[in-house]
Design a protein around this ligand. Structure first.
Ligand code: NAP
Length: 342
């Protein structure tokens, strides 16, 4: 059977989008469109922005031109690396669905948005079904807060509690993430602006994903958003300023889920500026019969995020239409070439 490269529009060409562009090129996909609103990138060649060895001949265009990009590109899929929440992502996802183009986003809420943005997700689901394309969310949590734990659960006789700890460097991402994590706020402002907010944190959605995957029904879910601090000043490269000692260096979200079936999931998720010696961490313990702990020390979180999405592309093209969260799909296989039947 003859094959052709998967045709991709990259929407959002910041830190994650640039890794994505490199990984797509390395696996033989064809970049057929690129969109970003940041003036520093607009108009430039996507290959140059991603620091590839040669230009790709694809100019990064403003979101106002997105409709034209979709019309001209005849893409199989759009990868969306712009923002985190469903309200922020919905217009881009709608446009992809309107053009019948599959879309996958690393926006954290999209990983399992069925309760936190119910109406928007159901609307997108209807739209995607009617235009015969698939929308989904993926990223680091797909494997490291989701499938990895589901695999271990499959070899555990009885689970009473799942305890997760995940930590990432807030400076590995753009300024939007730094602001959402309250970096630089004094303790009172953090408490008022972030601590008192009921916006779902990333592991709210991933804990709900885990429940869906494991067949557990959520009885109660609650979260606390706490500042992380350091005893000395730390520099934030994404905000380009010094954060005084005692001010928030980031945020720790603690999300506890109680289920009707009995098991409890408690996840601690820290995104912060690192003090010397701190590294990314992903550690999960399944308590029950027997108890198992898996520790991934120093996961390369940005690279793993993008590789997961890229490996999911062929599967996304074959998935049923609708908003299909990955709890309903097999785990992403490792893919060597991003090709589809011609
Ligand atoms: P980044 O470096 O700031 O890049 C995002 C780019 O998208 C920026 O150039 C931004 O422009 C642009 N943008 C934002 N909204 C847009 C829109 N509606 N249309 C066109 N361009 C738009 O951020 P990043 O580190 O790549 O992260 C992107 C998002 O992915 C963040 O929300 C982050 O939290 C999320 N993320 C998820 C995972 C995961 O595993 N799920 C991992 C990493 C990051 P401006 O600079 O003008 O805003």
């Amino acid at each position: 059977m003859s094959k052709r490269p998967i045709r991709v529009i990259q929407w959002g060409c910041g830190l994650m989008g640039q890794i994505m562009i490199r990984y797509l090129r390395d696996k033989g996909a064809e970049l057929v469109g690129a969109i970003d609103r940041n003036a520093a990138r607009r108009g430039l060649d996507a290959g140059e922005v991603a620091r590839l060895d040669r230009p790709l001949g694809v100019r990064i265009r403003h979101p106002e031109e997105a409709d034209a990009v979709f019309r001209e590109a005849r893409a199989d899929v759009c990868i969306l690396c712009t923002r985190s929440t469903m309200p922020e992502l919905v217009d881009s996802l709608k446009l992809a669905a309107h053009h019948g183009v599959n879309a996958i986003t690393i926006g954290e809420e999209a990983f399992y948005p069925w309760t936190t943005s119910k109406a928007l997700t159901e609307e997108l689901d209807r739209l995607a079904r009617s235009s015969d394309c698939t929308l989904t969310g993926s990223g680091f949590q797909d494997v490291f807060w989701g499938n990895l734990i589901a695999v271990l659960a499959g070899s555990t006789q009885r689970i009473t509690r799942i305890q997760g700890l995940t930590r990432y460097n807030a400076d590995d991402y753009g300024s939007a993430l730094a602001q959402k994590h309250g970096i630089g706020l004094d303790p009172e402002t953090f408490a008022a602006r972030i601590g008192a907010s009921n916006a779902p944190s990333y592991v709210w959605n991933s804990n709900e994903w885990l429940c869906a995957r494991l067949g557990w029904r959520v009885r109660d879910i609650r979260q606390q958003l706490l500042p992380t601090t350091h005893t000395e000043a730390l520099r934030s490269t994404s905000l380009d300023r010094e954060i005084p000692a005692g001010h928030a260096t980031g945020m720790k979200a603690v999300v506890v889920v109680e289920t009707h079936e009995g098991p409890v999931i408690e996840t601690h998720c820290e995104g912060k500026l690192y003090a010397p010696g701190e590294v990314d961490l992903n550690e999960w313990t399944l308590q029950g019969e027997p108890e198992t702990t898996v520790t991934i020390r120093k996961p390369a979180t940005p690279e793993l995020t993008c590789a997961t999405v890229v490996n999911r592309l062929p599967q996304l093209l074959a998935a049923p239409p609708g908003f299909i969260t990955t709890d309903r799909l097999d785990m992403a296989p490792h893919v060597t070439r991003l090709e589809v039947a011609a």
